[in-house]
Every structure is written in C-alpha cells, then in structure tokens.
Design a protein around this ligand. Structure first.
Ligand code: ARG
Length: 565
C-alpha cells in the first residue's frame, strides 16, 4: 500500500522525487485516530516555498488512490485511511499464497552476515549475559535471513587465556576426575573459585598458573590434554542448554582457534608501524581516537583477548566475506569493540566499518545484577527446567487431557524465558522473574502461544466450513477487522525496522499487539454464529492468516508455536 500511496504522491509532485524516498517517509501515525498511514510534508517547505500545512492541504485535496478511502489533513501531515476490503484482499492473498514466506525480502541478496553470539567461557557457568547474547543473536540471525542475507552463527567460545593456567594448577592440586566427569561446569568452577581464595593466601600460586599457561601456549602435552578435556566436557554441558533452546551454530571456533593466526596480525601491525612498546608490553596507541591503547601482547609474550579478536575479524572476512559482522555482546565490552574497530581502521581495511557491536543490558534480579558469584551459581539449565515445570503445572490445571503434554510444556516453558528476554529493547535491563515470564496475560510468551493455539483450534473446529478454500474478497469487512488487517499489513515493515536497529524486540512487541487485536476480535465478533457463508469464509481466512503471522513471528524469535495447549 505504501508503494501505491508514494507513487500517487510523487505524481502530484510532478515526479520530482524518487518514489522510494517518498515511500520511506510514510509513517505509522502515533495515534489510531490519525488514520492508518501518514505523510509528513515538512521536508518540502523550502523547495516549494510554502508552509508544510499548505503543502499538505494541496496534496491531500488532490489525492486519489485505489485502496485509500479517506484522506485527512492535520497541520503538516496528510493522514490516510485505508480501504479495509481492498487492503484485506491484498494482504491475505499474499499470506494465503506465501504461507510462512510472507514478509520475506531480498535486500540481503544472499550476502553473508556473521553473528558472534553466546560465546560462553569454558569451565565457567553459562551466565545470564550469555543467555541474552544467545537469544538475541539467534533471533537476529533468523531476522536477517528473512530479508535475504545468509547468516553465520559463530560461537566464539572463551577457551583460551591465563585462566586456563589457573584451572590446570587448581585441578592438579585439588581436582577429582570423577567429580569433573559428573558435573563438569560446577566442579571446574569450584576449582577456579578455590584457586582465587588460595592465591590470596599464597601468591606464588599465580606464578605457577602463569607457568602452566605458558606451557599450554607452547604446546606442552600434559597442559594440552587437560585443556582439551576441560573444553570437551564444558562444550558438552553447554550443548544440552542449546538443545533445550533449539539453537544451533555454524561454527564453534573459539579463542583458541586463533592461536596460529595471531602472528600474521601482529606482523601487519608491525609493518604498518602501529605497534609500540609500553612497559615491556606491545600496544597500539589510539590517542587520536580518544581511546585507551589496545593491548596486543603482554610483557611475557602472551597474547590477549583483543589480539584473538583481531585475528578472528580477519579470518571471518577472509572466509565469509561478510557484508556485516555482528557481535552480540554485553554493554560492558563496548570499549573493547571500539578499540577493535579503531585498530582495523588504522590498518586501513575497507571492511572495518562493517563490524557492528550489538550491546545489550543486564539481567537483574531483585534490582541487582544476576551474577555467578562464588559458590552460588545461577545455572541456566535450572532456570529453564524450572520454567518448564511451571508450564507443566499450568497445563495440568488448564488442559489435563492435552496430547503430548510434556512436549508442549517444554515449548511453553522455554518460550517463556526467551520471550521475556526478547520483548525488552535490548539495551534496557531485563528484570528476571519466572512468575512474570509464565503469566498467560500481558506481554508474555505463553500469552502469544496461547492466542496462536486458540486460533488454530477455531480453524480445526471450522474444518467443514473451510472446504471452499480461502476467500479472495472481503466486502463484509469493516471497522471490526481494521486493527487486525492493519497489523498483518505491518509485518513486513516491522521486520525491516528490526533489521535496521538490530532489535528483535520490534518483532516481539509486534506479535503481542497482533494477538491483542486477535483476542479483541474474537471476543467481540461472534464470528461464526450469526454469519452467512460468505462472512464465515472471509473471517476464517483472516483467522488463518493471523495464525501464519503469529507463528512466523515466534519462529523469528526462536520460539515454537504449539497448535494446542
Ligand atoms: N567469552 C566472552 C565473555 O564471556 C565473550 C566473547 C564475545 N565475542 C568476541 N568475539 N569477543 O565475556
């Protein structure tokens, strides 16, 4: 519809502008009373030497376009009221023919977008920050695919660094193989915490740890064997969480993968005269950029997190020739990613500007950061398991005869945790509350899933009425259907906005609103009783279209939509 309106406007403006530019200016009015779409005329004031209000009046007065049934001018805005039967026919013909492909675009033209997500640290519990990264990154991957990019999900596992020296030292002193085998993350984390406690009493432990890390970097067999084992058991533990969340990755190349790729980067920095010595360490100065220096090599020759990220950036460009390289990592690493981009710019790589840090806020509980404090570890598996349990109880109460109850409970429980995270603008903090997540009202996963299941159940019951196929005309539609139709029509724009701002919460908010309109419609229109055949067929097509778009929205967010619950 926007395209048609833009074209008509441009014709009235003697085709002086690009229709695409005009289309981009068309917006959704802040208030429903101001119509379905609006066009602000402020930008033309200078060009036409007229006030925006006069331009709006002239353009609005002359505007005629099929599909727009009323035009209203308010100040410098032209507000359009769409013709619901015409819009419904357009939108629903697309949905019924395209199904889950509805809303797809080809703007990405198959170009690659790498997404660095999740990236937990070996031998440490999966933190809430890693959960946010996993969930947001996975949704972004789905969303960029929807607009035609190829997404590459990279789990940049934290499997290298001085902490492995500490871990090896601790394991050799106090470790128990059996215990590590039974619950690797808990046990390894305990050892790590214990190391720190002991090192406060006996600082020589730190030297021992440094030595072990040095051996590891030099390829010592014993160190390598332990490291490999820690990595393997940790990855296995993480994989259980990923499986539960239904998330997979294209690459698990973590920090260690870049061990043999860093010297090339260091050479390049040297050749470009960017490396400077500082206190025995090697750094790249970033004074001009107003940033602290980026540490490349420690005094003892050990490389750092930043060095590995530089090597990883090159590797990704060389292997995937990405159009964009996203890093879904918490706010607290903003400086690191600024330094990373700044160093690459100094190296004159043309793709330095295509690195995008996508930061997000913290997960809070009772107003405090949810952390993995000493001994008291919040394990993600436990959060998910608890959520599934609550969902199980709810289903037992609401629908005890439901088939495949456990499977549905899993979808609802896990979906609740994911949705709770995704509905918040990613930069804001999330307040963790299992109770809130699992409510069946409000902006929750279960609310959306339930609306979907309800719509599916209407369709199941109306099977007989659907034998004539989907409707193609909608002359019986009017104000009752307007909000639902307008919202279905907005799906495509919502996805574009989510891509533009790298923000899945746009989709989460969208689908909540869609469900609200659906529930309202369902409650107010007694739509299958007192309806003639034609009305029934049109309304059922609307319900069917709604199920498609709810399900697809949830899929983009990484959440399943059970048909019954
Ligand atoms: N492992 C890191 C952490 O837990 C996150 C890594 C993010 N990705 C990256 N390429 N630096 O803090």
């Amino acid at each position: 519809m926007k395209r048609d309106i833009a074209q008509t406007l441009n014709e009235l403006l003697s085709n002086k502008f690009s229709t695409i530019e005009i289309e981009k200016m068309i917006e959704k009015p802040k208030h429903v009373d101001h119509g379905d779409l609006a066009f602000p005329c402020f930008r033309f004031a200078r060009e036409f030497k007229q006030s925006p209000a006069d331009i709006a009046r002239d353009l609005g007065g002359a505007f005629v376009c099929e599909g727009v049934h009323k035009v209203n001018v308010v100040g410098g805005y032209i507000n359009f009221y769409l013709d619901i039967p015409i819009l419904a026919a357009k939108v629903m013909s697309d949905i019924t023919t395209q199904g889950s492909h509805f809303g797809e675009k080809q703007v990405g033209q198959g170009k690659a977008v790498t997404i660095d997500l999740s990236s937990p640290n070996i031998a440490k519990p999966f933190s809430m920050g890693h959960l946010r990264s996993t969930v947001i990154g996975n949704a972004l991957a789905n969303i960029v695919e929807k607009v035609g990019y190829k997404s590459i999900r990279i789990n940049h596992i934290g499997d290298w660094g001085t902490q492995f020296g500490k871990l090896i030292t601790a394991y050799k002193k106090w470790g128990d193989e059996e215990k590590v085998k039974t619950s690797p993350i808990v046990e390894l984390h305990k050892l790590y915490v214990h190391f720190h406690e002991q090192a406060e009493l006996d600082p020589s432990l730190n030297d021992e740890a440094r030595l072990w890390f040095k051996r590891l970097e030099e390829g010592d067999a014993e160190a390598a064997k332990l490291w490999e084992w820690f990595r393997e058991v940790s990855l296995h533990a993480f994989s259980l969480v990923y499986e539960l969340m239904g998330i997979s990755f294209d690459s698990f190349n973590g920090e260690a993968f870049y061990n043999d790729k860093m010297s090339a980067v260091i050479d390049m920095l040297e050749r470009a005269n960017l490396l400077e010595e500082s206190d025995g360490a090697m750094v790249v100065r970033l004074d001009e950029e107003g940033l602290p220096p980026c540490l490349i090599k420690k005094r003892d020759g050990a490389t750092l997190y930043a060095t590995r990220d530089l090597a990883a950036a090159y590797y990704r460009y060389e292997n995937y020739s990405f159009a964009k390289s996203l890093y879904v990592v918490g706010n607290e690493q903003s400086l690191h990613f600024k330094q990373l981009a700044a160093v690459l710019k100094k190296l004159d790589v043309p793709w330095a500007n295509d690195l995008v840090h996508i930061p997000f806020g913290m997960m809070l509980k009772d107003g405090k950061k949810m952390s993995t404090r000493k001994g008291k570890v919040v394990l993600l598996e436990e959060v998910l398991a608890q959520s599934v349990k609550i969902a199980q109880a709810a289903i037992e109460e609401k629908n005890p005869t439901l088939a495949k109850k456990d499977l549905v409970a899993k979808k609802v429980g896990v979906g609740a945790v994911l949705f709770h995270d995704l509905k918040v603008f990613r930069q804001n903090d999330v307040h963790f509350s299992l109770e809130d997540m699992l409510r069946f009202e409000g902006e929750t996963g279960p609310y959306v899933q339930y609306a979907h299941a309800r719509a599916c159940s209407i369709l199941r019951k109306a099977k007989m009425d659907m034998q004539h196929g989907w409707s193609t005309t909608y002359e019986t539609f009017g104000e009752e259907e307007r909000p639902l139709i307008i919202q279905l029509h907005a799906f495509e724009d919502t996805i574009s906005e989510a891509v533009k701002e790298w923000d899945p919460s746009k989709v989460a908010k969208y689908v909540v609103e869609l469900c609200q309109h659906f529930n309202h419609y369902y409650a107010h229109v007694n739509f299958l009783q007192n309806a003639n055949e034609q009305e029934k067929q049109q309304r059922l097509t609307l319900i069917y279209s709604t199920t498609i778009v709810i399900k697809e929205s949830l899929r983009l967010l990484g959440i399943d939509a059970p048909e019954e619950m």
